[in-house]
Design a binder for this molecule. Structure first.
Ligand code: NAD
Length: 436
């Protein structure tokens, strides 16, 4: 028995939905979360019932989505929506369009979101969605049809007070707008708060496009102060996409010196400091930071080995492993990417005395501004960019201090402290609701 099937009543010709049962097979990434919970239990204590509830998602929906292609054929795409825990508030999490999306991936990412929203004290739970597709292979019309049909397929599970999606890998404000429009057609009223990361014209928030990097910069600044790094400290950034390039610009404006950046095709280095705006233009023109004329001839493989004070992994999961952790010279590592450091590499870096600002804190600025977008949508009243940034700065700096206090209390690292605080908050909510 692997679940139950039902037909979407609003869309008779659509494929079947399958609600997966709990207790499905774990993959390695999910084991990391269980290991974190075990550490929380060891240091701070964790009730067995709470542990059990936080070891599985509340619900995962699997859908098969038929789309009429431009050539007249019909193609079926698989999609998911995982809802991990909503004890603290509506589920919250992005939707990714990627060929490697799996049931286990969305489940793991939904758990990550649950701990992230709790770590920075947002009144939200955690979820994640995805469709198995390479969007680059679709025309604009096919992409819109897929986005709308995915929204139809999951519409019973989402809503401003239920579960609020957002952009993730290869999805963007345009796709969020199509999904919101489709949802509003089904429910028959305006509901901008059903989704965040929308264009400004239909209820998006100011500052949302660079909020992840901006939030990361605020906590980096707090962490740098704790270890005596001053403005002017040098920074290497692995990954020069949306998060990494915004981070470079923001940190440069704050007075930090960006001396190395890399992308999937190469690295640009200048020990006197790179001109970030020039680098962004070079990347726009050539597709890579490689061969930037404002940089030095660089022969190494990536920017981990650069002699900088701060390293920011902002590319992929698992980029820092036990094979390359030893070469890292930076004193401070700020995880702008999700899960860039393997548990083995984490141990090596901590033993070497590095400070690591964990992903669930470092990149939470994105979900914090998503939450601000929900609040503005609920009020129908919109804040200026300045107002959003002031609230983001207050929220991120306060979250850092709260997690720092837990680190001091338990004499542990920042990652463990963030998980202890997040878990305590989720458990308190579950207890108050009478779930445990
Ligand atoms: P993106 O696709 O815009 O950028 C990724 C960058 O990484 C690209 O420049 C790519 O060339 C580079 N890259 C890929 N492989 C590399 C390698 N081997 N070495 C060096 N660089 C490499 O993605 P993004 O939106 O910037 O997201 C980056 C990370 O940040 C992801 O882990 C994502 O989950 C996380 N994140 C992003 C946001 C956001 O708002 N964008 C929010 C939360 C978390």
């Amino acid at each position: 028995m692997i679940g139950w099937l039902r037909t979407c009543n609003y869309w008779p010709k659509c494929a079947t939905e399958k609600v997966k049962p709990l207790n499905t097979k774990h993959v390695d990434q999910f084991k990391r979360i269980i290991q974190r919970l075990e550490k929380v239990k060891e240091l701070a204590g964790l009730d067995d019932k709470a542990f059990a509830l936080l070891s599985e998602p509340q619900k995962v929906l699997e859908v098969n989505i038929p789309v009429k292609m431009d050539d007249g054929t019909m193609k079926i795409f698989k999609g998911y929506r995982a809802q991990f825990n909503d004890a603290r508030g509506p589920f919250k999490g992005g939707i990714r369009f990627h060929p490697a999306v799996t049931y286990d991936e969305v489940k793991t990412l939904s758990a990550w979101m649950t701990f992230k929203t709790a770590a920075v004290n947002l009144p939200l739970g955690g979820s994640k969605g995805g469709v198995v597709v390479d969007p680059k292979e679709l025309s604009d019309r096919e992409l819109e049809a897929l986005s709308r049909r995915y929204a139809q397929a999951i519409h019973k599970l989402i809503g401003p007070e239920v579960d609020v999606p957002a952009p993730d890998v290869a999805t963007d404000p345009r796709i969020m707008a199509w999904m919101m429009d489709e949802y509003e057609k089904i429910v028959g009223r305006h509901q901008p708060g059903v989704i965040t990361g929308k264009p400004l014209s239909i209820g998006g928030s100011a500052a949302r496009s660079y909020s992840t990097a901006q939030g990361g910069a605020f906590v980096l600044d707090e962490a740098a102060k704790k270890i005596g790094l001053h403005k002017g400290a040098t920074v290497a950034i692995e990954g020069f996409g949306n998060a990494g390039s915004h981070m470079a610009l923001i940190l440069q404006k704050m007075g930090y010196k960006i001396t190395a950046v890399s992308d999937s095709r190469g690295t640009a280095v200048n020990c006197m400091g790179l001109d970030v705006q020039g680098l962004i233009e070079h990347k726009e023109q050539t597709g890579s930071v490689r061969n930037y004329v404002g940089g030095e001839k660089f022969v190494g493989s990536h920017c981990f080995e650069q002699d900088t004070d701060i390293l920011i992994p902002a590319a992929l999961e698992n980029s820092i492993t036990q094979e390359n952790a030893e070469i890292i010279k930076a004193k401070l590592i700020v995880e702008l990417a999700n899960g860039p450091i393997t548990p083995e590499a984490d141990e090596i870096l901590l033993q070497k005395g590095k400070m690591i600002v964990p992903d669930i804190l470092a990149n939470a600025g994105g979900v914090m501004v998503s939450y601000f977008e929900q609040v503005q949508n609920a009020y129908g009243y919109y804040w200026t960019e300045h107002e959003v940034l002031a609230k983001l700065e207050g929220g991120m700096r306060k979250s850092f201090e709260e997690i720092w206090a837990v680190k001091e209390k338990y004499q542990t690292d920042l990652r463990t402290a963030a998980y202890i605080l997040a878990t305590e908050r989720i458990v308190q909510a579950m207890r108050d609701r009478g779930w445990i």
